[in-house]
Design a protein around this ligand. Structure first.
Ligand SMILES: Cc1cc2nc3c(=O)[nH]c(=O)nc-3n(C[C@H](O)[C@H](O)[C@H](O)COP(=O)(O)OP(=O)(O)OC[C@H]3O[C@@H](n4cnc5c(N)ncnc54)[C@H](O)[C@@H]3O)c2cc1C
Length: 340
């Protein structure tokens, strides 16, 4: 089904659940439909474009003056296998966690630690989603795209230039094409990744170490910490964890010995943004329907009818208070769309 709409509401397409309209909206269920659409519309090149998957990483603060492209390409199919690996292709519109569940039920390993991350397959290589010691790059074999020129491209895993929440799609190929499907390589004999202590303990409580129990444990852990987008609007972690240099770090840690941090190199230390926000007293804060989650200060929430602007204003207040108390700049991880 091809769907083209004008002045279309994006409220049900973003996990914050805020109201915003797009000038044009195009939804397609086959990559060929996108190729045809690009060829048929001369003005396509000039339009502002926004690719919208599950909308779990966007905050809309005003209407979007351009075209939203929504890949709703379905389907999971096994492409082939050898003695060690199974290769499966999933359409960009498949819900990521549906694929994880399918792989776990089949007994194929590699995705289980990434259980319950919101969003669709198409965004997976872009974001290189990660959690509990695993990332999408570990299981991605190839990525198929339709470029905005109408040309098709296929990138292998090394060509995707994966890094921490990074990929070529956020850099060199940013805003140049749409991921239409992803091929994953899964292990027939899974190697369990229990490097996170909390996961190991939770799995052991469930009994044997298996893909199903790892998935179950991770879903339970996530449920305790993060609001499910179906219950309360959010975009997950709102800010990136900031990186400070060694001089600033030693000053910070001597003033705040309990500050959670991670050494990246001799001169770089990553600091937990959630802790900084919590120390400024924001956890559980609420103004109208915009608020800070009561269990995780890094998550900004929409309790019902907050506007994107109200949430963005709250984010600014948080940034200012962290800057004042710690002299640290926080940068959003969520993509803020609209006029500021
Ligand atoms: C409660 C919650 C918990 C979360 N937990 C985690 C976590 O543990 N780990 C983690 O890594 N992330 C996490 N996230 C963030 C989010 O789930 C991921 O970034 C996810 O990959 C976004 O998928 P999406 O389909 O919603 O993408 P969208 O929000 O729609 O888009 C995100 C980005 O991907 C691009 N994009 C989307 N689809 C395509 C496509 N087909 N082709 C090209 N570009 C595309 C968009 O242009 C945009 O830049 C969480 C979010 C929420 C709300």
């Amino acid at each position: 089904m091809i769907r083209f709409q004008e002045d279309y509401s994006l409220k049900r397409f973003n996990t914050f659940g805020v109201e915003a309209k797009t000038k044009y909206y195009f939804e397609f269920t086959e990559s060929e439909e996108l190729v045809e659409f690009i060829k048929a519309n001369e003005s396509f090149t000039e339009l502002n474009k926004l690719i919208l998957g599950g909308g779990s990483n966007y905050l809309f603060i005003s209407d979007f003056d351009g075209i939203v492209l929504h890949p709703a390409i379905p389907g999971i199919r096994v492409l082939g296998e050898d003695h060690q690996w199974v290769y499966i292709e999933a359409g960009a519109g498949v819900i990521w966690d549906d694929l994880v569940e399918y792989a776990v039920n089949e007994g194929w390993g590699g995705m289980e630690n990434l259980s319950a991350i919101p969003g669709n397959i198409g965004a997976t290589p872009v974001q290189n989603i990660g959690a509990y010691g695993a990332e999408a790059a570990d299981v991605i074999h190839e990525v198929n795209l339709v470029m905005f020129s109408g040309e098709r491209r296929q990138l292998t895993n090394p060509e995707c230039q994966f890094g921490y929440r990074q990929s070529i799609f956020k850099n060199e190929l940013r805003d140049q094409g749409v991921v239409t499907s992803v091929v994953f390589k899964l292990a027939k004999e899974p190697i369990f990744n229990l490097e996170y202590g909390a996961v190991k303990d939770a799995v052991e409580k469930l009994g044997e170490i298996s893909l199903k129990n790892i998935r179950k444990a991770i879903i339970e852990i996530r449920d305790e910490k993060l609001p499910a987008p179906t219950k309360i609007g959010s975009g997950g972690s709102f800010f990136m964890n900031p990186v400070v240099d060694a001089i600033q770090y030693s000053e910070l840690i001597s003033n705040h010995p309990k500050m959670p941090s991670f050494k990246l190199s001799e001169n770089e230390f990553k600091v937990a943004a959630g802790w900084l926000i919590d120390q400024c007293g924001w956890k559980g804060y609420r103004k109208g329907d915009a608020g800070v989650h009561d269990k995780q200060a890094l998550v900004l929430v929409n309790h019902g009818n907050a506007t994107g602007e109200e949430i963005a204003r709250l984010a600014c207040e948080i940034q200012l208070s962290v800057k004042k108390k710690f002299n640290i700049e926080l940068y959003p991880e969520v993509i803020i769309v609209g006029k500021k």
